[in-house]
Design a binder for this molecule. Sequence first.
Ligand SMILES: [Zn+2]
Length: 407
Amino acid sequence: MTLVERFLKYVSFDTQSSEETGVTPSTPGQMVFARYLKEELESLGLEEISLDENGYLFATLPANTDKALPVIGFIAHMDTSPDMSGKNVSPRIVQNYDGKDIVLCAEENVVLSPTQFPELLGHQGEDLIVTDGKTLLGADDKAGIAEIVSAVVYLKEHPEIKHGKIRIGFNPDEEIGLGAHKFNVEQFGCEWAYTMDGGEVGELEFENFNAASAKISFKGRNVHPGYAKNKMINSIRIANRFMSMLPADEAPEHTEGYEGFYHLIGITGEVEQTTLSYIIRDHDRARFEERKKEMERLVAKINEEYGPNTATLELRDQYYNMREQIEPVMHIIDTAFAAMKAVGVEPRVKAIRGGTDGAQLSFKGLPCPNIFAGGLNFHGRYEFVPIQNMEKAMNVIVKIAELVASK
Ligand SMILES: [Zn+2]
């Protein structure tokens, strides 16, 4: 099977994950896919193949040299986004893309157009795999899986390329933020790994947000409005006062790059009680801590103004910037850089404005930056992947294996 054949086979599995079920994997389709992959890896002659009850599939390509080398890993996720159906994906290859509109679905008038998606123009002359406009494609992250499997096959077929022991790992439930939770880092047994996930050629990510959630509850006092003078305390107004004390420009819609924010994600309120839910994000750990302290200060201020215990705050850390864990082993970034350059890919380092499985794995003791898998417009019907992008990602994997062995 070629890289493209593999990819097309993988997207035929419906592996949409779900936040509702509370089990791992969150949907049975992911296990069906995992079993298929396990058989494929067996037929390819890989070793130490294991699939646990949570749907984590690991395998080994043994070293082909006696040199003492670190064990490295490549990881991708099997699930697709809960945002859009991944059932009956019906992909189509647009050969030698001409830079014009691509009609995905004529009867529903779904068009993939460079007017809305100018990144298409960077892929003229390439072969794009697109959807039929009714589902997502699933390049996130089945492109990553196809690239890893194909790279391992390539290494097996090219024994002249010397490499150390390589582990590959496919996990469920990344899209619901649970891909790393039950990932057995010890069993995976790597010194470091790379996730092959996410976007455009050259992307290399080893920084993400520090993240916390904050829930603030405001207590009011309800009295008949006709008799409320000097008695009623409207918790909605107090909550509004709190909101107005936070810097208005430090919100997602006003920030980019390394700028952090407070993001109000929900309000429930009536006179008696109002609750605000925020998420707090910052790449810088010190500024992140400062943002949490600011929340505490503002809550204290509300309580000074309206009386003790009017406002209560629940702060919870969610994840941290993996940079902390990567910095002591920057050579793993240097290797990825060198591998990209060697295969003609210009590295583009980008700070993730979100979290990744790799960040959680890094804090579990497996330093794990992220490398592009080549797909674009994730999580919806406009998702596509240039075949040439996938080939480049596969070449990067092969080259990393080679470079690690040549040191
Ligand atoms: Zn992904």
